[in-house]
Design a protein around this ligand. Structure first.
Ligand code: SF4
Length: 334
C-alpha cells in the first residue's frame, strides 16, 4: 500500500477553500492509502513565532475540523509535527544538501516572500532563516514517513521538486535510502473567495469557514459578488462572472442548469438565487457542524486521537532516522 503524507498549518479553522481544494479529498484517499496527516505546528511558527498561543489553540480547532469533514482516525494518523523530533534531525541533515540561492529561487518561496514584502514593505518584516528553510523541513516531513504520494496543488509543485532534489542528492551521496515522492495533483487546487479574488484566504476576509455559524454563512452568502451589470431583477446576466453561481457549482447544486438558464434569461433575481445557495450551503454544512459540536464537547477524545496518531508517526519516523544515520555512517555504538 502506498503512503500518503499530507499536512496543514494550524493557523485557524478550515474554510471551504481548504475543503474543496484539498482536505475534502483526504477523506477519500484514506480508504486506499496508508495516510499520515501532519498538523504542521513548527511550520506555522515560522510566521507566528511571537504568538505561539495562536498556533497551539489552532491545533485542536484544526483537528476537530478534520474529524468533522470525515477524516477517520482508524484509517488516517493525525499527528503533531513538533512531537516528532526526528523531523528536526532530518531537517538539519538535509540543510547541507541545499544551497541558499536554490531556496531563494524556489518559485513558491519567491511568491511568499513577495507577499510578505507587500504586507510589511521592503524594509519591514525581514525573512527569517526558519522561513527560508521551510522547504527543507517539508522534505523532512515527507521522507520521515516514507511518503510516496503527496497531495498538492500546482502552486506547491516547486516545493515537492525541492524535496525530490534533496532525496536524489542524499541517495547519490549515501546510497539509496530515501523514497522519491510523487505528486498527487488536486483537481481544484485553488478556490476563489466570496469577493471573486482568485484565492480564498483568512487574511483576505473572503472565506467561509466550516465553523461559521448559520448567521455568519448567511451574511457572507448574501454579500457575495454578482454580475455588476445586473441592476434590475429582470436583467439578463452572465453567471460565469458571478460568485453565487460559482458556489452553486462548487457545492454541487443539482439545479445548476436551471440556475444558469434563468440567470441568462433574466428570469431569476439575485436575492432569490443567493437564498437558494444559502439553503444548499447550510445543508452541506449541517453534518459538519453536528460533528464539530460533538468533538468540541468531547475534547478528551480529540486528545486521544492526536496521541494515538502521533505515537504511530513517531514509530515510523524512528525507523527512518535509523536508516538515514546508518546510510550516513553516524550510527555510533549500534
Ligand atoms: Fe448570479 Fe444568480 Fe444573480 Fe445570476 S441571478 S447574477 S447567478 S446571483
Amino acid at each position: 500500500m502506498k503512503t500518503i503524507l499530507t499536512g496543514i498549518r494550524p493557523t485557524g479553522h478550515l474554510h471551504l477553500g481548504h475543503y474543496f481544494g484539498a482536505v475534502g479529498n483526504w477523506a477519500k484517499l484514506q480508504n486506499d492509502y496508508e495516510t499520515y496527516i501532519e498538523i504542521a505546528d513548527v511550520q506555522a511558527l515560522t510566521d507566528n513565532f511571537e504568538s505561539p498561543d495562536k498556533v497551539i489553540k489552532s491545533v485542536k480547532d484544526l483537528t476537530v475540523d478534520l474529524l468533522s469533514i470525515g477524516i477517520d482516525p482508524n484509517k488516517a494518523n493525525i499527528f503533531i509535527q513538533s512531537l516528532i523530533p526526528e523531523i528536526a534531525e532530518l531537517t538539519i541533515f538535509y540543510s547541507n544538501l541545499v544551497t541558499i540561492s536554490r531556496l531563494e529561487r524556489n518559485p513558491t518561496v519567491k511568491t511568499e516572500i513577495k507577499q510578505k514584502k507587500e504586507l510589511f514593505g521592503e524594509n519591514g518584516e525581514s525573512i527569517t532563516y526558519g522561513f527560508l528553510g521551510y522547504p527543507v523541513s517539508q522534505a523532512a516531513d515527507i521522507t520521515a514517513f516514507k511518503g510516496n504520494l503527496i497531495p498538492v496543488g500546482d502552486d506547491q509543485l516547486p516545493l515537492l521538486e525541492q524535496c525530490r532534489e534533496i532525496v536524489r542528492k542524499f541517495n547519490n551521496i549515501y546510497g539509496k535510502t530515501l523514497l522519491e515522492p510523487e505528486a498527487y495533483l488536486s483537481k481544484f487546487p485553488r478556490i476563489k473567495g466570496t469577493d471573486g479574488n482568485e484565492k480564498m484566504g483568512k487574511s483576505l476576509g473572503n472565506a467561509i469557514f466550516l465553523a461559521d455559524s448559520d448567521e455568519e454563512v448567511k451574511r457572507k452568502v448574501m454579500s457575495m459578488v454578482t454580475d455588476p451589470n445586473k441592476i434590475k431583477i429582470n436583467d439578463p446576466a452572465n453567471p460565469d462572472i458571478c460568485m453565487v453561481y460559482y458556489y452553486h457549482k462548487l457545492i454541487g447544486n443539482n439545479n445548476l442548469t436551471t440556475v444558469c438558464e434563468e440567470c441568462k434569461n433574466g428570469k431569476r433575481g439575485c436575492v432569490a438565487c443567493k437564498k437558494e445557495l444559502l439553503s444548499k450551503m447550510l445543508e452541506f454544512l449541517k453534518p459538519v457542524h453536528e460533528k464539530q459540536k460533538y468533538y468540541n464537547e468531547h475534547p478528551e477524545e480529540v486528545d486521544e486521537i492526536l496521541k494515538k496518531g502521533t505515537k504511530i508517526a513517531q514509530e515510523k519516523a524512528k525507523e527512518t532516522i535509523k536508516e538515514v544515520k546508518r546510510a550516513m555512517k553516524i550510527n555510533y555504538f549500534e
